[in-house]
Design a protein around this ligand. Structure first.
Ligand code: PRX
Length: 624
């Protein structure tokens, strides 16, 4: 397949346009990353680029002293007329915060946090919707050396409590409520429930957003606006490997894993990739549509764009409220230049009539989070991008902190739905289970052969899982991504999907084991298998195959309720099928056989009880 080259106009103004960047990075790997690092401000330089003596616990920029907030805010605060954040609420309110105002607000919150007892090393959980205050809270934590733990606002109280407990958070910043599809959601109530379940939160700060009535616990709860002081707080001089944040993600275990990211290495990685891949410049307005509560929101909604000195656009609510045109309204209204989104949203806008909009401000489109189908790719490129602007398909993970595979927009020809190549400074391969490189077009396991600055520090409190999941299959020097992929004869890569028990719904990782555990806690359930089925809009949809002593609507409702309560609405099952038994091989439940039966209408030959899947092959799409 021939690749599509970007326009000359784009190439001429791109941050990276010299193809020698690839060879330079592989020949002078350390210098390549150090050059980006030097563009940031360090209080003290590092003495060693990488300490790999405790592999796989890699440490970058060893000895360097840095502060992420200083690099994202103070450095640009002199530009008093420059927007750092453009915020739009679902109800149409909007707010523009300049770098100077951001500096003032972050200082004010930092000193308030200190007065409440937050110090370097404290853990502060943020259970917030996409509000400017959420960015301010992240940066205030970074300023004083507290590690932030963002909990996506859509998560249930139980999910939030798990994250509070696992991270040992002592402080929580939340909001009274927020708007989603025109409905007011009472977030404080969920936050209270999570705090009660965990029991160790000392102080709660509440942002007044929706002005709904909430109950405040005396001595524990404080209104955000009551706390702000006029004092400045100098940024803490932090070690490069000081934990900036913990981000929870699903893996092939029942419980989410707390991925811990560093300050220096992480910031260098997101800064470098914001420039190389998203081509960000200080004049850009980037709209990263992901919620701040996901890694994409952290890396390319906050730290990357602000480190570059660009403007980030935040939108509070559902992108299709009141209808899907909201997206084009926002791009047009603010003159968004870089639109970084997920295939699920792209599939929703695919086919929209955009002829009435002036979207000419757009100069780059990015996609992330799940495989994009060629049809949606073509619409994004051909219609939204008018075949004039590059479309980068970025592959990375919560664990990698920032981009790993992508086109470099001015250099790599685009092939529909391909994720391009490994970025300069990163080395990947596609290998079989025995570690042998597979041939072009053969599917194998995607691995990263060298550590890189954005790689996580560890899994919070779980050294053995960190080693087991990522650094055991191919040893301590080769990172196992958990994704399968193939490469064409020109080295362009296509992602096939996950190889473990994790599915991707609208770009969000959901662990099938976690789901099954939640369902098994319902008394009438004897057995359950969760399977991801293809879904045109969301990428995957959850199907549950259940053996129950009381099959029927009542139990199905209990299952849906339990999942929404324990995990959140993201995991809402699209299909619940009661079945007398589940397919097995050697006693093990075979989820793959269910998938084969439902999607491909085949009975797998390895199933020891084929009757169990025979019926499933007859399920019609309308049953879903
Ligand atoms: O399976 C890959 C998929 O998302 C997983 C990582 O999910 P998460 O940690 O939640 O981070 C999402 C945002 C970076 C990967 O293992 N994935 C990510 N980007 C792509 C993708 N699959 C296909 N194409 C992509 N561009």
């Amino acid at each position: 397949m021939k690749g599509i080259y970007p326009s000359k106009e784009f190439v001429l103004s791109a941050n990276v346009r010299d193809p020698a960047i690839y060879s330079r990075a592989s020949e002078n790997w350390i210098e390549f990353w150090e050059d980006f690092a030097r563009e940031l401000e360090w209080f003290e330089p590092w003495y060693s680029f990488l300490d790999d003596s405790r592999a796989p616990f890699y440490r970058f920029f060893v000895g360097g002293k840095i502060n992420a907030c200083y690099n994202c805010v103070d450095r640009h605060a002199e530009k008093k007329n420059k927007a750092a954040i453009i915020w739009e609420g679902e109800n149409g309110e909007s707010r523009i915060i300049t770098y100077y105002q951001l500096y003032r607000e972050v200082n004010a919150l930092s000193s308030a946090l200190k007065e409440l007892g937050v110090k370097q090393g404290s853990k502060v959980a943020l259970y917030l919707p996409n509000l400017a205050e959420a960015v301010i809270a992240m940066l205030a934590c970074a300023r004083i050396g507290a590690t932030h733990i963002y909990i996506f606002e859509g998560f249930s109280a139980k999910s939030a409590a798990y994250r509070l407990k696992d991270s040992r958070a002592e402080f929580l910043i939340t909001a009274d409520g927020y708007f989603r599809r025109g409905r007011l959601i009472n977030l404080k109530e969920k936050a209270d429930e999570a705090c009660d379940e965990y029991g160790k939160i000392k102080k709660v700060i509440v942002v007044r957003r929706a002005k709904n009535e909430v109950s405040m616990v005396e001595d524990r709860d404080h209104w955000y606006h009551d706390l702000l002081s006029k004092k400045n707080t100098s940024p803490e001089v932090l070690d490069s490997n000081h934990p900036l944040f913990i981000m929870y993600t699903s893996g092939s275990t029942a419980e989410p894993k707390g991925i811990v990211h560093s300050t220096g290495g992480y910031l260098v990685h997101v800064y470098a990739t914001s420039k190389m891949v998203l081509d960000l410049k200080p004049d850009d307005i980037i709209w990263t549509t992901a919620s701040l509560g996901w890694i994409t929101g952290h890396s390319y909604g906050v730290y990357g764009p602000l480190a570059v000195g660009a403007t980030t656009l935040l939108y509070e609510g559902a992108p299709d409220h009141p209808d899907i045109c909201r997206i084009f309204d926002i791009i047009e209204k603010y003159g968004v230049t870089v639109f970084y989104t997920v295939p699920t949203l792209a599939r929703m806008i695919n086919g929209c009539d955009i002829s009435g909009y002036d979207l000419s401000s757009l100069r780059l489109i990015g996609s992330v989070g799940e495989p994009i189908d060629p049809e949606t790719w073509s619409w994004l490129y051909g219609e939204l991008g008018r075949k004039k602007i590059p479309l980068v398909n970025t592959w990375w993970q919560t664990e990698t902190g920032g981009h790993v595979l992508s086109q470099i927009p001015a250099l790599t020809p685009m092939k529909p739905a391909s994720v391009g190549k490994a970025l300069p400074g990163i080395e990947v391969d596609i290998i079989d289970d025995g570690g042998k490189k597979v041939k072009p077009f053969e599917i194998g396991n995607l691995v990263i052969k060298k550590p890189f600055p954005g790689i996580m520090l560890e899994i919070n409190g779980d050294t053995s899982s960190y080693i087991k999941f990522y650094w055991t299959k191919y040893g301590k020097r080769v990172y196992f991504t958990g994704d399968s992929a193939y490469m064409d004869d020109e080295g362009h890569i296509w992602i096939v999907g996950r190889v473990d028990d994790v599915i991707n719904i609208s770009g969000h990782r959901v662990s099938l084991i976690e789901l099954e555990h939640a369902v098994m806690e319902i008394p009438d359930i004897r057995e359950v298998a969760a399977v991801g089925l293809p879904d045109r809009v969301k990428g995957s949809a959850i199907a549950l195959f259940v053996v129950s002593s009381n099959p029927g609507k009542e139990v199905a409702e209990k299952i849906t309720e339990k999942i929404e309560r324990d995990i959140g609405k993201i995991a809402h099952p699209a299909l619940i099928v009661f079945t007398p038994e589940l397919p097995r091989a050697g006693g093990k439940i075979l989820r793959r056989a269910i998938y084969e039966a439902v999607v491909n209408k085949k009975v797998s030959s390895v199933v020891s009880n084929p009757d169990s899947v025979e019926k499933l092959t007859k399920l019609k799409p309308s049953d879903r």
